[in-house]
Design a protein around this ligand. Structure first.
Ligand SMILES: Cc1ncc(COP(=O)(O)O)c(C=O)c1O
Length: 363
């Protein structure tokens, strides 16, 4: 049943690589789940078989996140951008102001969704340096006047990454879409944590939300389908949810736990990132990273070739060798190797070898 055709090393930024074990499990469960003779795509979202899938996904998410019962887990449709729009609707009241740390395109997208609804401000921006950095301690203002401050842990586009929770004197909302569960991180420092699934958690179109219960309890009374509180009350199946997405997030989280959870992933991802960054740093200027070395991402390694004219050749030759998805984000160009949890060390080694060989031939 399972296909054995060759697979490429997938460096795509999302949707992105999934572990082989997860894909093989999904292949089997699409045919017949738990011996029912009915596949996961065909089971009713109200049936007993799906009940088990749903509760196992909640359970695995709680274990891997290390968050306690003071957080509700909600599986929302619509990707991260939809949640960006729902956050102000759910949590802000007349007179409230929202603040954003402008360290990546994704906080700008979040700001644009919020500013149509409530007064919203940037409290810091990396725009002047082409988004190559995050704020250093002491660079953020007093935030006591804001209802919340939203930031993005990992800049998927320009490749910078926070090394710990944002430290401000206001509740924080954390967009962890592109580095969730990739290293030890204290998620309990936030009021809300959200992550679209298509990088470290599974298929696109699904978003995992962890919301502090006290926030949910005092959230606004809005249309039920847009309300985090009502979705939580209905166990994330107020209407027909993306059952396959919920299933696959569970399989991914159990795979993560079997690898050793966030701690083990952190060690593995640091080793993987070092292999690729070493190829950049030891290239004598042939390659240049686009993020500042002190805050560069372990998930999205972004780089340019000093002679930009060689970049398309680099991408084309890499693709022919089975190193896929290396094109930089359309807004910035260059190259990007997304090395999420599911990307193995051997893919990073193959990429670094290719980078050295390409430099030898073209340097
Ligand atoms: C950090 C981050 N936040 C949000 C998003 C947007 O996610 P979606 O396309 O699911 O709305 C992305 C997508 O790449 C992302 O990298």
């Amino acid at each position: 049943m399972a296909s054995d055709s060759p697979r490429a090393f997938n460096f795509s930024a999302g949707p992105s690589a999934l572990p082989e074990e997860v894909l093989r499990q999904a292949q089997a469960d699409i045919w017949s789940l738990h011996g029912t003779g009915i596949g996961i795509l065909e089971h009713s979202h109200r049936g007993k078989t799906f009940d088990k899938v749903l509760f196992e996904t909640f359970d695995a998410l709680r274990k891997v996140s290390k968050l306690g019962d003071d957080y509700e887990i909600i599986l929302m449709p619509g990707g991260a951008t939809v949640q960006f729009a729902l956050l102000p609707m759910n949590f802000l009241r007349p007179g409230d102001r929202a603040a954003f740390v402008d360290s990546s395109i994704w906080t700008r997208v979040a700001y644009e969704q919020a500013v149509k609804q409530v007064p919203s401000e940037y409290i810091w921006s990396a725009k002047a340096t082409n988004y190559d950095r995050i704020p250093k301690p002491g660079e953020l203002p007093d935030c006591s006047k804001y209802a919340y401050v939203q930031y993005c842990t990992n800049n998927t586009v320009e490749g910078s990454q926070f090394d710990g929770p944002l430290d401000v004197n206001a509740p924080t909302i954390c967009d962890a879409s592109s580095d969730i569960f990739s290293r030890p991180y204290d998620y309990s420092k936030h009021a809300v944590i959200l992550a679209c699934a298509q990088k470290n958690l599974g298929p696109s179109g699904n978003t995992v939300m962890f919301v502090r219960r006290d926030w949910l309890e005092r959230s606004n009374d809005i249309s039920p389908i847009l309300s985090f509180r009502e979705n939580a009350k209905a166990e994330s199946r107020l209407n027909t949810p993306n059952t396959f997405g919920i299933y696959l997030i569970g399989v991914m989280c159990r795979w993560l736990l079997a690898q050793g959870g966030m701690d083990a992933m952190g060690k593995r991802n640091a080793e993987k990132a070092k292999v690729v960054y070493d190829a950049i740093d030891n290239s004598g200027g042939f390659y240049a990273g686009t993020a500042q070395p002190w805050c560069r991402s372990q998930m999205n390694v972004t780089f340019r070739i000093a002679n930009h004219a060689l970049e398309q050749r680099f991408i084309d030759e890499a693709t022919l060798l089975g190193l896929d998805g290396l094109t930089g984000h359309r807004s910035v160009g260059g190259m990007r190797a997304s090395i999420y949890n599911a990307v193995p060390l051997k893919a990073c080694v193959a990429l670094a070898d290719f980078m050295r060989e390409f430099q030898r031939k073209n340097g």
